[in-house]
Ligand binder design. Structure first.
Ligand SMILES: Cc1cc2nc3c(=O)[nH]c(=O)nc-3n(C[C@H](O)[C@H](O)[C@H](O)COP(=O)(O)OP(=O)(O)OC[C@H]3O[C@@H](n4cnc5c(N)ncnc54)[C@H](O)[C@@H]3O)c2cc1C
Length: 446
């Protein structure tokens, strides 16, 4: 059968995109290398939409949680992943967890029942030169295809290792302690938030890094060298007591105005500083510069809250390090996930720089809708940015800063802020209520 769309990769994103297209009667070829003699270092079987690690889609609370809201929005769009999850659900409190084998089998059966869809167990080694294509090969994209993607996008724009620094919600930073300045007080713009440390605080923090509980490398990650730009802070700390003070925590030139005296009207340099850099255009999310880490998540929260100014910090994302092939999407993709330099190719799933099963599925769903509209000769209206789908899509396709782009889970920091007069305790409900109203208006355009 000839086909309208070629989807490469039958994971979360590829399966969802295939479903959205096939249920609209479009002819799809879905190429999945597992089952054809290949695999990835993390997948165990040959089933479509295999969950490689946890069996949870995280919170299902669509009143107060951004990922729960994303579930709900996907359900409104007849998501295959969400209907399969409902059939495969296992008890997990307010989380949506599944039996992974039942889940994968449900996805596979639903796709097999689509008369216009063909699943082919084959590895694709090159980006196709023509024909509408969705590349959804995930964080563990086969090496041959990854180098073809690298050649098409420029090697610098394709990351192979994911060094994640934590991200803090701006409204949880104590600006009575911190202050804004340029990176090392050079240049005109005061783009960085500085959290000052005295000697005692620095030494205690250093000891905390050395003693903190770390996540072990998986066997297949163990031999992957650190790139210069992504050495974990605890590894830097092991290299010497002052390595961090001469690296990401360098205080040089950073007069702390909170320490101003008549003798030093601009303030004094602290012993060390932790700098935060804006991570999204809205200014709601701030990245801890150079703080990629393999400390366990609970340990990160405990230790990072000892940093002056971050005592009450809430984290949109915690640090981590693992193999991950993803594009610098804000730079390379247009607002409809198409490669600017080769618009017949769309990317979907984690390779676009979203993070997580649900987010990958959601971006696959959007890629399916966009491609269906394109094939139908319709202009496609994206979901409003106030919805979880819209916020995630906007982040990937241009709202995130391209220079520091790193994989991101859905979270309320990606949404335009709600009215600041809404009490803090009621903000989450305000985000979700607004999203639901706006999604309902948009659905007829989907
Ligand atoms: C080790 C690891 C653990 C993770 N744990 C979690 C977790 O617990 N929770 C969570 O929410 N997220 C987790 N993630 C992140 C991520 O959300 C998942 O990897 C998710 O499955 C990504 O969905 P995807 O569709 O983009 O890619 P995948 O689900 O990985 O699907 C990509 C598919 O493409 C196929 N493929 C690759 N290259 C080719 C090729 N050249 N030709 C044909 N087929 C190809 C692969 O076999 C695979 O089936 C984890 C990631 C990794 C790497």
């Amino acid at each position: 059968m000839t086909y309208d769309v070629h989807i490469i990769g039958g994971g979360m994103a590829g399966s969802e995109a295939a479903w959205q297209l096939a249920r609209r009667g479009l002819r799809v070829r879905l190429s999945e290398m597992r089952g054809g003699g290949d695999s990835t270092p993390a997948h165990q079987g040959t089933g479509l939409a295999e969950l490689v690690c946890s069996n949870s889609f995280r919170s299902d609370d669509h009143e107060k949680n951004a990922v729960g809201l994303l579930h709900q929005e996907m359900r409104e769009l007849d998501s295959l992943l969400m209907s399969a999850a409902a059939k495969a659900q296992v008890p997990a409190g307010s989380a949506l967890a599944v039996d992974r084998d039942v889940f994968s089998a449900e996805v596979e059966a639903a796709l097999a029942a689509q008369p216009t869809l063909t699943v082919v167990r084959e590895r694709i080694d090159r980006l196709p030169e023509a024909g509408l294509t969705i590349v959804a090969t995930g964080p563990l994209t086969a090496a041959t295809l990854a180098s073809s993607i690298g050649a098409a996008t420029g090697a610098d724009s394709l990351a192979f290792f994911d060094a994640i620094a934590p991200i803090v919600y701006h409204d949880t930073v104590n600006m009575d302690v911190c202050w804004m300045a340029s990176r090392w007080d050079k240049g005109e713009t005061r783009d960085y938030i500085n959290c000052p440390m005295n000697r005692e605080q620095y030494l205690a923090f250093h000891a905390g890094l050395l003693g903190g509980e770390k996540t072990e490398f998986r066997e297949w990650e163990a031999n992957t060298p650190y790139f210069d730009g992504c050495m974990p802070i605890e590894v830097m700390a092991e290299r010497g007591i002052d390595t961090l003070r001469f690296g990401p925590m360098k205080p040089v030139g950073l007069d702390n105005p909170h320490d101003a005296t008549p003798e030093f009207p601009k303030g004094r340099w602290p012993y060390a500083v932790v700098q935060l850099r804006q991570d999204n255009k809205l200014g709601t999310l701030w990245n801890m510069v150079g703080f990629q880490t393999k400390l366990k998540h609970a340990e990160q929260v405990r230790l990072f809250r000892t940093i002056p100014g971050l005592e009450n910090a809430e984290f949109a994302r915690l640090g981590g390090l693992h193999r991950n092939t993803f594009l610098n999407s804000p730079e390379l993709l247009d607002r409809q996930l198409r490669l600017k330099s080769a618009p017949h190719i769309r990317f979907a799933g984690q390779i676009t720089g979203c993070e997580g099963y649900v987010e990958s599925g959601a971006v696959g769903l959007l890629a399916g809708l966009m491609t269906a509209a394109q094939l139908g000769g319709r202009d496609w209206t994206p979901p409003p940015r106030t919805t979880a789908l819209g916020a995630l899509l906007s982040h990937i396709t241009g709202d995130a800063e391209a220079d520091s782009y790193q994989p991101m889970n859905v979270n309320f920091g990606l949404f335009p802020p709600v009215d600041p007069s809404v009490k803090k305790k009621q903000r989450k409900e305000a985000y979700t209520a607004r999203a639901k109203a706006d999604l309902a208006e948009w659905l007829p355009l989907a």
